[in-house]
Design a protein around this ligand. Sequence first.
Ligand SMILES: Nc1ncnc2c1ncn2[C@@H]1O[C@H](COP(=O)(O)OP(=O)(O)O)[C@@H](O)[C@H]1O
Ligand SMILES: [Mg+2]
Length: 328
Amino acid sequence: MVENNNKPILQLKDISKTYSSKTSFWGGGGKEIVALNHISLEIFKGEIFGLIGESGSGKTTAGRLIVKLEKPSAGKIFLNGNEITGLRGKVLKDFRLKVQMIFQDPYQSLNPQLSIYDTVSEPLHIHKIENVQARKYLVIQALKSAGLTPPDDFLHRYPHQLSGGQRQRVAIARAMILKPKFVIADEPTSMLDASISAQIFNILLEMREKLDTTFLFISHSLAAARYLCDRIAVIYRGNLVEIGPGEAVIQKPKHPYTQALLDALPKFGHRYEVRRYDTLLKVERDASQVEGCPFFGRCKVAHQKKCIRERPHLVESDGSHLVACFYA
Ligand SMILES: Nc1ncnc2c1ncn2[C@@H]1O[C@H](COP(=O)(O)OP(=O)(O)O)[C@@H](O)[C@H]1O
Ligand SMILES: [Mg+2]
């Protein structure tokens, strides 16, 4: 476990991101999509921090903002206390050394025309590490750490000659070759089989130990987060609804949405679905006019008046466990 008395390596302060949907053929549309809605969080050095929510909840957007593939619409992001928005020139290059992202789809994230050696060594060129011996050594080490052994068997192959799991290992080797301080792993195993996922998770854990890297692990699965994460944040349609130590969020979830996510996990040894919490409405209510809680439309325990009108903010529930619900 990681102690939180050190300074955060990453801070999001009141981050929002809105996209405008393109005007449709019929002249409609043009309305705003709120991908992230006033998100604040801190991640500490050495942590594996999980960001968990269903598809479309804004997880990838958060990752893309942190690696500076996109700009926030509002709010600020700090790495080691320095704001990252205005970075330019050498400082930006230095930032790109320190912060890496592993993407969800290993079939799209690798350039099909580059051999594995060229793929993994590309960051070395970009950062002007040109000594051939040194480069080869680093590539081999990175492939080994990512579980591609013997590395010589992979150097001259191409992505299409590899399985999905092997490709994701190549993406990991590439992301880790310059020993980044902070890595975002965006659903790195959601396209892989369960047994391969477990191996990839173990590689991430090993890298955390060896390189002292901090991870933001993005997933739709609380089961995966439970295995990996020191702390977990749950996001619902761009809103953080719960943050806490991994164990606490899984064993004592406080937000009705987190509880619904846990109810949805398959359970071994049960022939019928077991609904421990039963917080999800079978039929969604119309919540288009609701100004209060973002989860109102699906929440069984919502209060018809209060939750429609008032928006719950993240507040401390016990110790380091935060929840945004009046009835948690
Ligand atoms: N480039 C974009 N343009 C318009 N809408 C986008 C764009 N990227 C993401 N979105 C929208 O933002 C929301 C969050 O998307 P995303 O961050 O990809 O969610 P997740 O990774 O949790 O599935 C979705 O409604 C998605 O359609
Ligand atoms: Mg995503």
